[in-house]
Write a protein that binds this ligand. Sequence first.
Ligand code: ADP
Length: 343
Amino acid sequence: PRALQKKVVEQEAAKLTKQKDHASPPPPLVIQPPEDYDGVGVEYHTGRSLGKGGFAICYEGKHHGKHGVQTYALKIVKASMAAKKMEEKFRTELQIHAKMRHPHIVEFHKAFTFKACTYIVLELCPNGSIQDMVRARLGLSLPEIRRLVVQLCGAIKYMHSRNVIHRDLKMGNLFLDHEMNVKIGDFGLAAVLVSPGEYQGSYTTALSRRTTLCGTPNYIAPEILDKTKGGHDLKVDIWALGCIIYAMLCCRPPFQAGSSNEIYEKAKALDYHWPKRDPDSKKVRTHIPAEVKDLVAGLLQPNPDNRLSLDDTVSHPFFNMHGGDHIPAVLDPSCKDTAPSWL
Ligand code: ADP
């Protein structure tokens, strides 16, 4: 009963936080980056709200530049929120994200302060996140998953080749651009690996920062939980990729549980199950082909050294089922809430 009571209290607190969010005032209609402002209209005009994360609010921002009107995502953080942990997240985000340039990573344009808020100007991803898409669709089709995962692997390979570990890959941090291409975002927990076990960018462990900043860590790799092993490396992103593929299919993460500790225990014991086949299930997919189970098993290897590499991932038989012609070249934005007509 005590656990139940705690849950009720947590739920009520979450509701209250949501109410407060609704009450938070909208940003100024016009935002001027001070260092650029020369009186000739380099400002951003704020538009619709795009969403709220753990510590930031995002709005659309229109910029009337030399090449006509361009629309961006403006990520806004109140300076008063800059407690030590937030500051660290923010600094990491600025330092690491600003250096990333890849077609499947949200483009970072600039950061500045204006009227006691810090603004990050990002590439706009108007179709929400993969998390929104999976929730609306109750799971995605195999061809869609192939397309999204191939793009995602390209971006992770790029990050890893620059020794950047994202450390918070999850469906809510995978955004969709106007053509439904994946864009990795939110580099707030990223780190640069200087040599095995040694990072630049953050000195606190990913685990403690994650739990204080991001809530339930559903995609956490088992080696992060093992304090005796010290650090963790690029392979934590590969574990997260396995969790993402499972969740895209089944609409829930593989080690989902009521508390963080239960999730940790399940991840350590590799305690995940595929849904039982049910031909009558109209909601979630229950027929999971052996190829995708094998791919996820190759990614969710407890020993990081045994996990598939990114090259092995994209050349896995899952991507070559039916002769390899099952990777759609384009995806219509309607797919974010309705199954594609060609299925
Ligand atoms: P936090 O760092 O606080 O977790 P997020 O990066 O998750 O913040 O951003 C908060 C919300 O803003 C996201 O959940 C998403 O809805 C929206 N958002 C973030 N970045 C973009 C973007 N580039 N384009 C469109 N919407 C975005």
